[in-house]
Design a protein around this ligand. Structure first.
Ligand SMILES: C[S@@+](CC[C@H](N)C(=O)[O-])C[C@H]1O[C@@H](n2cnc3c(N)ncnc32)[C@H](O)[C@@H]1O
Length: 203
């Protein structure tokens, strides 16, 4: 089932709220990451820049030797939009999957990725289910990047404040299921978001 309050406005409006490449770099995504999972990829706003960063390609196109981004969304229209964008931009290192990762998990093998993106999704009814699945698929030492809307009524979108998680809440949920802290203070991702980096404990 689609997470509460997670429908999207038109892509141009949504994408006016972010600088995706800067967000991903601030949240620790590096060319050395070989496999990434994007939970709730939406329009591919962050999927495509992630594919670019880990492909090692300076310009567009992700063919050849780079890592892969698994992009999951319950909404076939979002998956189709991400695939169309990947094709248009020449990225072949994106595996876009229509799937309910709350009800069914991601279907990715245990320990198979080293970077997970939970962007604008942890206002879900069951955030711990999503976090546990992230932990399952992360290899030991892999990074968990969380981004969400600031807890601020002046933000132009985002889930209602009653269900919008604060940074400390997200961090505590992740700690509760065994993640380690990488960044203690929230990372400002202006104009409207914050980020947190956690790590799957090494074995
Ligand atoms: C608010 S959007 C965020 C999109 C993207 N992460 C971003 O920040 O640009 C949330 C996305 O999660 C997807 N979603 C919601 N519940 C889901 C579920 N249970 N399984 C898979 N995708 C889900 C929605 O379809 C939507 O595309």
């Amino acid at each position: 089932m689609k997470t509460r309050e997670s429908s999207m406005p038109e892509a141009p409006l949504w994408e006016s709220f972010f600088t995706p490449d800067a967000v991903l770099r601030a949240l620790g995504l590096a060319p050395t990451h070989r496999a990434v999972a994007d939970f709730g990829c939406g329009y591919g706003t962050f999927t495509i820049p992630a594919a670019k960063i880990i492909s090692g390609a300076g310009g567009s196109g992700g063919a050849g030797g780079g890592g892969i981004v698994h992009a999951l969304d319950i909404d076939p229209a979002m998956v189709a939009a991400t695939i169309a964008r990947a094709n248009n931009d020449g990225y072949t290192n994106i595996n876009a999957i229509t799937r309910d990762f709350v009800a069914e998990g991601t279907g990715l093998p245990q320990g198979s990725v080293n970077y997970v993106m939970l962007f604008n999704i942890l206002h879900a009814e069951l955030p711990e289910v999503i976090l546990r699945e992230a932990q399952r698929i992360l290899a030991p030492g892999g990074l968990l990047a969380i981004m969400h809307w600031n807890h601020d009524p002046a933000t132009p979108r985002g889930p209602s404040l009653a269900i919008r998680p604060r940074p400390a809440e997200c961090r505590q949920w992740a700690l509760n299921i065994g993640f380690e802290t990488v960044t203690t203070d929230p990372i400002a991702l202006p104009p409207y978001h914050y980020g947190i980096i956690m790590r799957r404990a090494p074995d």
